[in-house]
Design a protein around this ligand. Structure first.
Ligand code: SF4
Length: 430
């Protein structure tokens, strides 16, 4: 029953035997340390695993079988084998500073602690000097990425935002962001990566001058989350079609793009699959998605969804593994280590090959309660799991050597930090 899958896994692992469980396997060896499942796998799940690991092609029907019915151990083995075949045993991260240019946001997502309304005595945006101080501290600490994460279009609803922007000669947050990116690039050499919410074609064109890549989580392809009481109620920028348009716009402009899904916010397994298929379709069209993040919802006391259940580690692993099989071995798949606390190396078993941005200088402002691991500890735990930690830039190796993705203005800045193999020059190689 498992012969074809086991053979594919065998090939992927360079000749070491990997039994995927079930009565067809005489030799039960599990390099990842899983107890081998002794369960029957329905034929349609076996066929879906076989097709994913062998042909690298997963239909919607197959993906639904995998997410709903595949035994976890078999699913993880298949995903890890596909990852290993294309990515080997390297796992990357980006050394960054996190710059929350503004916490003001016109949306009210049910899981968010980042956003804020204007408050008396609180400045609505970071000033250029404040931004530079953080970026310079990052530069001194060896960071190479300036991550700009901020609320979405606050000037459309808050006069305080408009007034601040006007005082500096801007009409829109995205114009201010573009100018700040230019400042940071020129003064510190950190490579900007912006994550400012929904962006139009002209916004992206402007950011392309200074950003090596940009990001927008699709989060979900399900409009039902926008219904009253849903995670995206009162969040006009979370309409999936709008976010997909931003992803498509970036593709038209050949901008390396980071996106992903947020799981556990009220979506069904089918909707997770549909979101991943939507991302795959956009990438097939434009070839610009450099990374897909699978991020779990985390309950916090101050949010509307404080009582909502968090996805379990197994649920997160299952979704990552399905993402790996849907998106294929070449895609970079990330899940943040700080959202799984001490167990984070278990995410490697599900097929990720990236830990995302880690800052030795700033906290994770989106999840301030969840500290990033020290880079030395991340490196040691990655090594203990059998992988090598590599530092990458904010643009992945697959894109950093392709001139169509990096404009002439950015080229010298990128070349200064880029090693011969597309990872960071003088980056940690542990
Ligand atoms: S998640 Fe983003 S868009 Fe939603 S409220 Fe928070 S900052 Fe705004």
């Amino acid at each position: 029953m498992f012969t074809s899958i086991a053979q594919a896994a065998l090939t992927a692992k360079g000749g070491q035997a990997y039994a995927l469980g079930g009565s067809g396997c005489d030799e039960k060896i599990c390099a990842e340390g899983f107890p081998m499942p002794d369960v029957a796998v329905p034929y349609y799940v076996d066929a879906a695993l076989d097709s994913a690991i062998g042909l690298g092609c997963v239909s919607r029907e197959d993906a639904l079988s995998l997410i709903n019915d595949a035994p976890l151990a078999a699913l993880l083995h298949a995903a890890a084998a596909v990852r290993d075949r294309f990515k080997g045993r390297s796992v990357s991260y980006s050394r960054k500073v996190f710059i929350p240019l503004t916490h003001l946001c016109r949306d009210y997502c049910g899981y968010c602690t980042f956003r804020a309304d204007p408050q008396a005595g609180v400045q609505p945006y970071m000033t250029p000097d404040e931004v530079l101080a953080v970026a310079e501290a990052g530069s001194r600490a060896g960071c190479k990425e300036a991550l700009f994460s901020l609320g979405d279009q606050p000037e459309r609803v808050f006069p305080e935002a408009k007034t601040f922007l006007k005082s500096l000669g801007f009409d829109r947050t995205l114009e201010y962001l573009a100018a700040i990116c230019e400042l940071v690039l020129e003064k510190t050499g950190l490579l900007p990566h912006s994550n400012p919410g929904v962006m139009g074609l002209e916004d992206l064109r402007r950011l392309r001058e200074t950003n090596v890549s940009v990001g927008l989580m699709l989060e979900s392809a399900s409009p039902q989350l926008g219904r009253p009481g849903g995670a995206h109620w009162k969040a006009p920028d979370k309409v999936p079609s709008l976010r997909l348009r931003t992803i498509e716009n970036a593709g038209q402009l050949s901008m390396a793009f980071t996106t992903g899904i947020l799981i556990g916010i009220g979506e069904t397994p089918e909707e997770r699959v549909d979101a991943l298929l939507t991302i795959r379709a956009a990438h097939e069209k434009h070839g610009h998605v450099q990374e897909v993040i699978i991020q779990p919802f985390r309950a916090k006391p101050d949010i509307r969804m404080a009582q909502a259940p968090e996805p379990s580690k197994e649920d997160l692993q299952r979704t990552i593994a399905v993402a790996r099989l849907i998106l294929g071995g070449q895609m970079n798949i990330q899940s943040p280590p700080n959202l799984l606390s001490e167990d984070y190396p278990d995410l490697l078993k599900a097929g990720i090959n990236d830990w995302g941005g880690i800052s030795p200088v700033t906290k994770d402002f989106i999840n301030p309660e969840a500290a990033w691991p020290q880079i030395s500890s991340l490196s040691a735990r990655t090594a203990s799991a059998g992988f090598v930690l590599r530092e990458r830039l904010a643009i992945y190796p697959e894109f950093s050597t392709r001139p169509e993705f990096i404009n002439d203005h950015l080229q010298p800045h990128v070349q200064k930090l880029l090693g011969e193999d597309g990872y960071a020059r003088n980056g940690d190689q542990c």
